[in-house]
Design a protein around this ligand. Structure first.
Ligand SMILES: NC(=O)c1ccc[n+]([C@@H]2O[C@H](COP(=O)([O-])OP(=O)(O)OC[C@H]3O[C@@H](n4cnc5c(N)ncnc54)[C@H](O)[C@@H]3O)[C@@H](O)[C@H]2O)c1
Length: 355
């Protein structure tokens, strides 16, 4: 019914220094998008959080119909931890095809009932803040590992359901030069990334052992509207709006690859439609900035000159993340939003919420 093969599949983890992907991007061969034959019932776990809610709002808007993804039902299951809120979904709550269930992905009874009427499961549910995982990793194991294993165990009873596990570039560890492709080994350094890497391994194992139709996406750092204020960019914006100093870990030189949440969700939708069973897909932007550069850019787009305040570094702070995204790009996906314009839009969104 679905599946579009990538023309590029990394066989080994080669991460050439200063690699130029532009020639490859020109070679992108498009595509006989086939997608799904009919409208689908979606179960979105963790759909009240930052990224999951963006996916739900866009799905409800039919924004992914060009990928062949149209929802007949959108069911969100979310435990509504401190990080999730129905405020992120209010605009679609009255849709006749929308349902919300407050529960944990560890609840076997509810998950089984929901999976019996699901075509596509996308799992966003997670404890997602690295700093919290440094303070105490237990809840990260409960949700990010045991919760995912619970989903996979129940999925064994519903082999026709396709599951997308939303993972992160942080599972690869830290890289000084070059970029990780999907064949690179996982070497997580924080309790958060260790829990996400464990989940990735379980997804792989259930695919190999039980033949489940499961896929994994690994994305770089997201930014955009509706992100919890604990994360870097909302923290900096809220400080700017209050004319307070901007806290930056260590020397500010740690580098992240920033992608707008709408581009990430378009990537997930793309993989949901065209990804192959058992495969991993990196989703990234190639927009790399140090934390200090992000703070400076925000000063520029906001026109507010709060001073930078260096704070003690996070223990085990990864220096740099960088994804090789040739696999998904060779299938026809690419991000649309440039960092500076996305940052301005994000700043304006938080400012309008504050005022
Ligand atoms: N934010 C990023 O930059 C980024 C980048 C790559 C991948 N990811 C991954 O994307 C996913 C979503 O990230 P996010 O930034 O939206 O996180 P988030 O913290 O904003 O949202 C997580 C959601 O999961 C829910 N949740 C937590 N535990 C649950 C449980 N046991 N059962 C059901 N729901 C539960 C929370 O209530 C919340 O709504 C995560 O898996 C994360 O690892 C995030």
């Amino acid at each position: 019914m679905f599946g579009y093969s990538s023309s590029y599949r990394p066989e080994s983890c080669s991460s050439p220094t200063g690699q130029d992907n532009s020639a490859h991007r020109l070679m992108i061969a498009l595509t006989d998008f086939r997608g799904y034959d009919s409208i689908m019932r979606f179960l979105i776990t963790g759909g009240a959080g930052f990224i999951g809610s963006e996916f739900c709002r866009s799905l409800a808007d039919n924004s992914y119909s060009h990928y062949g993804l149209v929802a007949s039902e959108i069911t969100v299951l979310d435990a509504l931890t401190y990080a999730g809120t129905l405020d992120n979904l209010w605009m679609i709550q009255d849709n006749p095809n929308f349902n919300f269930i407050k529960a944990s992905i560890q609840d076997a009874t509810i998950i089984e009932e929901l999976l019996s009427k699901t075509d596509i499961l996308i799992n966003f549910a997670a404890e997602s803040h690295v700093d919290n995982s440094i303070l105490d990793g237990s809840s990260f194991v409960s949700t990010n590992v045991l919760g995912v294993v619970n989903l996979l165990e129940i999925l064994k009873k519903f082999p026709l359901v396709k599951m997308i596990q939303v993972s992160t570039d942080e599972v690869y560890g830290s890289i000084e030069l070059g970029s990780w492709n999907e064949a690179c080994s996982i070497e997580p350094n924080s309790p958060y990334s260790a829990s996400k890497a464990s989940a990735d391994l379980f997804v792989r194992a259930y695919s190999k052992t039980h033949g489940l139709n499961v896929l994994t996406t690994r994305c770089s750092n997201n930014y955009g509207p509706y992100q919890h204020t604990e994360k870097l960019i909302p923290t900096l914006i809220s400080r700017l709006l209050k004319r307070e100093p901007l806290p930056i870990y260590g020397n500010g030189k740690n580098i992240r690859e920033w992608i707008h949440v709408a581009d990430h969700c378009r990537g997930i939708a793309f993989v949901s439609s065209f990804g192959q069973r058992g495969e991993i897909y990196n989703i990234g932007s190639e927009d790399e900035y140090s934390n200090l550069e992000v703070a400076r850019l925000l000063q520029t787009v906001s026109g507010i000159d709060s001073k930078i305040e260096y704070v003690p570094d996070r223990p085990g702070h990864d220096f740099r993340y960088s994804l090789d995204t040739r696999k998904i790009r060779s299938m026809g996906w690419s991000p649309k939003i440039k960092f500076e314009s996305g940052l301005l839009e994000t700043f304006n969104w938080y400012r309008s919420r504050t005022s």
